[in-house]
Ligand binder design. Structure first.
Ligand SMILES: Cc1ncc(COP(=O)(O)O)c(C=O)c1O
Length: 369
């Protein structure tokens, strides 16, 4: 007997009429038992594939030990994760939260405190989250309009006009090294170098939003490591715990700490189970896996038409709307994402095997024909 569920969910998402019940590596299984190759990876979250043994074991072990203590105390997983992220960054201190938008909120507050200035310069087309602060610096008017008035001091530039907008009242320049939600547009090394130079000239903070691009997604642990310019601070979330909720805001040791006790907080931030899983993720994203990400990326780019992106944050530009394409892909057992009306977004597990990549390419080519 099929049970019909009544959905008591606010309609903030246009959901597909599919209920997934199980995941295994690069594969998902729906409630009817149909298998799908997952080229979405929970929107760039499930970087190691579903139920990867390393974070799974770490989370299980931590579940059996300690779930929560509050941030009035230290816990081992939180300290270990901060130390691993510091090593990857080349010296940084972390604030932990539960999502990307919260990491951006921490970044905005930090930049104001660190500089005593109010203005944020971000890019048109950017996406930094849905809370009011992060939404205020998101360069997509359609997402902001219904919720105004938003935070004062948000200034939007294009990569070409950054220099016209950064000045002595800029607290921070906030950039995604590859714009994700806004259509998968990598910034050039020149633009990032200019942003670094402008921040240095005016004493502004350079913050990279690596919520989507970080944790190996772009073929290096941080995308900036492929693009040259090092930020003062950065945000992470999505792939950090392979699907458990965690966000992080990292401040490099060369930048001001700024925050003092009482300035910022998160009850669940640094949750031991999420941090234990994240430690296992960071350990698993090693040079070998990063080389595999770059190789898989090249394979997609060579086989498919109209591809852009970096690592396994890829877009395929279609001739028509994405909706029917996504539906046809699901029909054929392939889960793909979108990033705009005619842009497909591919953010598969970083662990996608050579055979799975070939299968994905063949199905995509059939659908594109
Ligand atoms: C670059 C970037 N920043 C922030 C966010 C917001 O993250 P979250 O949905 O975890 O709040 C996203 C989400 O897509 C993102 O891509």
């Amino acid at each position: 007997m099929t049970e019909t569920l009544q959905h008591h969910l606010l309609p903030t998402y246009a959901r597909q009429d599919i209920t997934f019940v199980e995941g295994d590596g690069s594969w998902l299984v729906d409630s009817a038992g149909k298998r799908y190759l997952d080229l979405l990876g929970g929107i760039a979250v499930v970087g190691l594939g579903h139920r990867h043994p390393a974070p799974l074991k770490a989370a299980h072990e931590q579940l059996d030990k300690l779930w929560h203590t509050s941030n009035l105390f230290f816990t081992e997983p939180m300290e270990q994760l901060a130390s691993k992220l510091s090593d990857r960054f080349g010296g940084a201190d972390a604030f932990f939260c539960n999502s990307g938008t919260e990491a951006v909120e921490a970044a905005l507050k930090w930049a104001r405190k660190a500089t005593g200035r109010a203005e944020f310069v971000s890019l048109e087309g950017s996406f930094h989250g849905r809370t009011l602060g992060a939404l205020s610096v998101t360069g997509q008017p359609a997402k902001r309009a219904a919720f105004e008035p938003l935070l004062p001091g948000a200034v939007f530039a294009t990569p070409e006009t950054l220099a016209d907008h950064v000045g002595p009242s800029t607290a921070a320049i906030l950039l995604e090294p590859v714009q994700g939600e806004g259509g998968v547009h990598p910034l050039s090394t020149e633009v990032l170098a200019e942003a670094r130079a402008l921040a240095d000239r005016y004493g502004a903070m350079l913050i990279f939003d690596e919520v989507q691009t970080g944790v190996g997604r772009c073929g290096a642990f941080f995308a900036w490591q492929r693009l040259g310019a090092k930020p003062d601070a950065l945000t992470l979330a999505k792939g950090l715990a392979n699907g458990l909720p965690v966000g992080a805001f990292l401040v490099g040791h060369d930048a001001p700490t700024a925050f003092e006790p009482g300035d910022h907080a998160s009850t669940f931030g640094g949750n031991p189970v999420a941090c234990a899983a994240a430690c296992a993720v960071v350990d698993t994203v090693d040079d070998e896996l990063l080389a595999q990400v770059r190789a898989t990326s090249e394979k997609f780019a060579n086989a498919l038409p109209n591809v852009r992106g970096l690592g396994l944050l890829l877009a395929v530009e279609l001739d028509g709307p994405t909706g029917p394409f996504v539906d046809a892909a699901l029909e054929k057992g392939l889960v793909v994402g979108t990033a705009g009306p005619t842009t497909l977004r591919l953010t598969p597990p970083l662990t996608l095997s050579a055979e799975e990549t070939d299968l994905a390419i063949n199905v995509l080519l059939e659908l594109l024909a």
